[in-house]
Ligand binder design. Structure first.
Ligand SMILES: *[C@@H]1O[C@H](CO)[C@@H](O)[C@H](O)[C@H]1NC(C)=O
Ligand SMILES: *[C@@H]1O[C@H](CO)[C@@H](O)[C@H](O)[C@H]1NC(C)=O
Ligand SMILES: *[C@@H]1O[C@H](CO)[C@@H](O)[C@H](O)[C@H]1NC(C)=O
Length: 901
């Protein structure tokens, strides 16, 4: 607010402050002067400011809400009410805040004292317009919303905080936190706080070891801190050792006494160790922190140059952490040691911890154990080829099994040592034709090594050590890495038919010698020759079984025996498109022609097969296979009397259940492959519903079918040769009957009762034997849809309706109601429902003469009626007694008989 307003308002403010109208100018003059003196200096003449800025502060005399910033300098005009009644000569304020807010007789609402958001963020003030002492308008209500300004600095709830961090604890995991609060409006930036680390003391290497979460105030280590933080040297105690200061002195004595004789109290090293010890035992002793952090908090999100701030200290102690994984341990397999052999040691932060070692995977063999002192021992030699890594999990627990330190994993990697020699077959045989050019590949020789193939331990090298005969030196070469053997000269059988090589296979440590035999075989210059090129004609019955051998074929080859040049393979190259035949070979040059698929005279009655004889080794250059390496066979298939065959594979038949008696349902067709006369028969018709015409195969119904009796059934149709009934074929036919709406809904119970002293609706239920859509939902109605004056019938669901008695007959009466129940397709008839209305027995049933209804009722109803009868007996007994009281001993004997009912 500009000073102009103050100036304009001055007379008003003066009058308000004195509690008098402006009319009383004289009496208020002194105080006016005083207020002017307290008000800020007025730099502008009045006329310059006339009306400006004030116009929008005026408004009619009605409820209104106004915003006022807290701590606004006073006096401060808030709002002017303009009343219509010219006679109004004053206003009155009521409600909270009226000591801080005042109103002038002209209607100017103004601030008397600065407001404080933290004290109250809004006021509701009533305003009344007065004429003399009487209220002529109002009260109206003014809500004054106090706007927060950033006039509170954030403050920590403690002047110092402590934190204990373990050595080697992971970066970013908070170990302590600070808290600050700000009294300004939490919904405004005035209370939005940001934390930051100002400094870390000491900071020798200018590396930030700690970090703070700007929003939460959580303090954690940085990645550098996680690595570099080290607890001060402490004293290590062993299991069960006394940890008192006295014990510390003894330890110190033992360590130092030969060197120095200064009393403990004057020894700075002892003092330091003592402090560290005290601190280790009780983390509250913070006099001597390892680090002190200065933490600042700023409001306005720390982003404004006007942010207010507060600071605090955080004292950090670094605690020793002995519980550190020794990391992956690498152990050579087959290590020659005295077992158990200590491979590493772990140490809990609690010297009295009890250690437990388990393996992570479930493997039977676990050759590790842990001693009471945390020494991990290997109990036997390891074998990498058996298992190449173990994961151990160590627990440190107290005597009750509570964990003192979190479980820790230790990997044990078994390092391969070259403990496996290469291995090869006893003898490897290769064949090569003579006269092949120099450099021809003879074969690739490969040995095996069980060591880790990713290491050099399994990297094999090959070399030829010796060759027999050695006459022609170095006839072969071997690739040292790949093991490929090639010829270094043209090999001739007259030089040597066979070569024996000793090949040395080596890994970096081991070597073995392997035997390789190379046979120089005859060049394949001879063709395989069939003993005959025409095996003639053969006759075969069409029912000859699969696997039958038709004939044995033979071919010879003049090349060197037992070599790829003389080895013969047979191939059927023509006439076997259906794959019915194959040649099987057991002895070189001898083949058996066999049937591998069934024959069928009607499909194919003759075959002309061409069979080729071929060598495994390629033929010599320039030579080709000719007629002499092929043979032909003719096969005639003879017909056999076969059973009739069905021409159609009908398996499922669906017919409507109402199909007329005598209707042809289906005609089965069958033929005899030889064209003989056939006949049909039908079996398995349990309901005797069908018959078959033995000549035509027509299947007819001979009775009416009923789906509700049997919905699906199967029959077997047989076609057989008339003159030889044993030649037969069978087909199973499955019938499914389609539902026809041939059943109407029926009441499940045709009797019910209603107690007229306690009339409850009766539920009636119906059932329909048909399947949907010829069954539910049903519609229930009285005979031909008429309304009944006594009864009301309402459908409950698809199968149930509710019958309500509208008017009591006043005495026992049995009604027979005609109820029309239609199924979903509209099929329905009237059905009689007998409803007995009675003065019920105490158990809530009507008395029913035994046997009267039970013939038509279900079990439930029968039981109900039995209960009713029992109930009736009791009631009868009661009635009898009452009557006897009224009628005085009249027919005592008869009543006694009744009572026995
Ligand atoms: C002037 O104001 C003072 C306090 O501010 C008050 O005590 C005094 O009575 C006032 N004088 C008149 C004449 O109203
Ligand atoms: C500071 O405030 C936090 C959060 O309300 C509380 O947990 C902590 O105990 C307080 N510290 C002190 C010293 O009052
Ligand atoms: C119905 O029976 C009760 C006793 O069970 C009897 O008090 C009542 O009078 C009877 N009502 C009629 C109408 O018979």
């Amino acid at each position: 607010m500009t000073p102009i307003v103050h100036l304009l308002l001055l007379p008003l403010l003066v009058s308000a402050a004195t509690g008098e109208g402006l009319q009383d100018k004289e009496g208020s003059f002194e105080n006016t002067t005083l207020d002017v003196a307290e008000a800020p200096p007025v730099p502008y003449p009045i006329h310059e400011a006339t009306g400006e800025g004030l116009q929008d502060k005026k408004g009619p005399f009605e409820n209104t809400a106004l915003d006022v910033a807290e701590a606004t300098p006073v006096p401060y005009p808030i709002h002017k009410f303009e009343v219509t009644d010219p006679g109004v000569d004053g206003f009155r304020l009521t409600g909270e805040g009226s000591e801080d807010v005042k109103i002038s007789s002209e209607g100017w609402l103004f601030l008397q004292h600065p407001l404080d958001w933290a004290r109250n963020d809004h006021y509701i003030i009533g305003v009344e317009a007065l004429k003399g002492n009487s209220v002529v308008d109002g009260p109206i209500y003014v809500t004054i919303n106090v706007l927060d300004i950033n006039n509170h600095a954030p403050a920590f709830n403690s002047s110092s905080y402590t934190g204990v961090v373990l050595e080697h604890s992971p970066a970013g995991v908070p170990f302590t936190r600070v808290f600050a609060s700000d009294l300004d409006d939490p919904a405004s930036p005035n209370a939005r706080l940001k934390y930051s680390l100002v400094s870390q003391i000491p900071n020798k290497h200018h590396i930030a070891l700690f970090q703070i979460n700007a929003d939460t105030g959580e303090i954690s280590t940085t990645a550098e801190g996680a690595q570099m933080l080290k607890a001060r040297e402490g004293i290590r105690y062993s299991r069960g050792e006394d940890q008192s200061i006295e014990a510390l002195k003894t330890k110190f004595d033992n360590f130092c006494s030969p060197v120095q004789s200064i009393p403990y109290e004057q020894n700075p090293f002892f003092t330091c160790v003592e402090r560290a010890e005290l601190r280790r035992r009780s983390i509250d002793r913070m006099e001597d922190p390892d680090y002190t952090l200065i933490v600042r908090v700023q409001d306005l999100g720390g982003e404004s140059s006007n942010s207010l701030s507060g600071s605090t200290y955080v004292n950090v102690i670094v605690k020793q952490n002995l519980w550190v994984s020794p990391g992956p341990i690498i152990i050579k397999e087959h290590l020659k040691e005295v077992y158990p052999h200590v491979i590493t040691q772990v140490q809990s932060n609690d010297p009295n911890a009890i250690y437990r070692l388990v393996q992570k995977e479930r493997v039977l063999n676990f050759p590790f154990r842990i001693s009471v002192d945390g020494e991990i021992e290997l109990t036997e030699e390891l074998d990498r080829e058996d298992k190449d890594m173990y994961i151990l999990v160590v627990f440190a627990e107290d005597q009750y099994g509570n964990q003192l330190d979190p479980p820790m994993e230790i990997q044990v990697v078994v390092q391969d040592v070259n403990d496996n020699a290469p291995e090869c077959e006893a003898e490897t045989v290769f064949e090569v034709q003579e006269d092949e050019p120099v450099g021809s590949l003879i074969g690739a020789f490969l040995a095996h090594d069980a060591d880790d193939t990713a290491t050099l331990n399994a990297q094999l090298t090959y070399s030829i050590v010796s060759q027999t005969p050695s006459a022609s030196a170095n006839a072969f070469s071997i690739d040292s890495m790949l093991g490929e053997i090639r010829s270094l000269q043209v090999l001739r059988r007259r030089d040597s038919k066979i070569y024996h090589l000793d090949v040395q296979v080596s890994d970096p440590v081991f070597s073995v010698q392997c035997k390789v035999v190379i046979k120089v075989i005859d060049v394949n210059n001879q063709l395989p020759l069939f003993e005959t090129n025409d095996y003639g004609s053969h006759s075969l019955a069409e029912d000859t079984p699969v696997g039958h051998t038709l004939l044995t074929i033979k071919a010879t080859d003049a090349d060197e025996a037992d070599s790829g040049s003389s080895k013969i393979e047979f191939h059927i190259s023509e006439g076997n498109e259906d794959g019915i035949f194959a040649v099987q070979t057991e002895e070189n040059g001898v083949g058996e022609l066999v049937i591998v698929k069934p024959l069928d005279f009607e499909t194919s009655s003759s075959y002309n097969l061409k069979i080729d004889a071929r060598n495994v080794e390629p033929l010599m250059k320039g030579l080709e296979y000719g007629k002499e390496s092929s043979a032909s066979v003719q096969l005639e298939v003879t017909d056999v009397d076969e059973a009739p065959e069905f021409s159609l594979d009908i398996l499922d038949v669906t017919v409507p259940e109402d199909i007329a008696k005598g209707t042809v349902v289906l005609k089965v067709e069958a033929n005899d492959p030889e064209g003989k006369d056939i006949s049909f028969k039908l079996d398995g018709d349990s309901q005797d519903w069908l018959e078959i015409d033995d000549a035509s195969g027509e299947i007819k119904t001979k009775n009416t079918l009923d789906r509700e009796t049997l919905e699906t059934f199967s029959v077997t149709v047989t076609a057989f040769e008339k003159n030889n009934p044993e030649k037969l074929s069978e087909r199973e036919l499955s019938f499914t009957l389609l539902d026809i709406n041939d059943n109407h809904p029926k009441l499940t119970e045709t009797y019910s009762f209603i107690c007229y002293n306690k009339p409850a609706p009766v539920l009636i239920k119906a059932e329909d034997a048909d399947a949907p859509p010829f069954s539910e939902p049903f519609t229930f109605a009285f005979n031909h849809g008429k309304k009944s004056p006594n009864w009301d019938l309402q459908t409950v669901d698809g199968s149930t309706a509710k019958l309500t008695l509208k008017k009591s007959p006043g005495a026992d009466k049995t009604f027979t109601l005609a109820i029309n129940i239609k199924d979903n397709a509209g099929l329905g008839v009237n059905q009689a429902l007998e409803v007995q209305v009675c003065n019920c027995t105490e158990l809530g049933y009507c008395y029913v003469e035994p046997g009267k209804h039970s013939f038509m009722l279900g079990m439930g109803a029968t039981i109900g009626i039995l209960v009713g009868i029992v109930g009736f007996c009791i009631i009868l007994f009661v009635i009898v007694i009452r009557r006897s009281g009224k009628k005085k001993q009249k027919t005592k004997k008869a009543e006694e008989q009744n009572a026995m009912l």
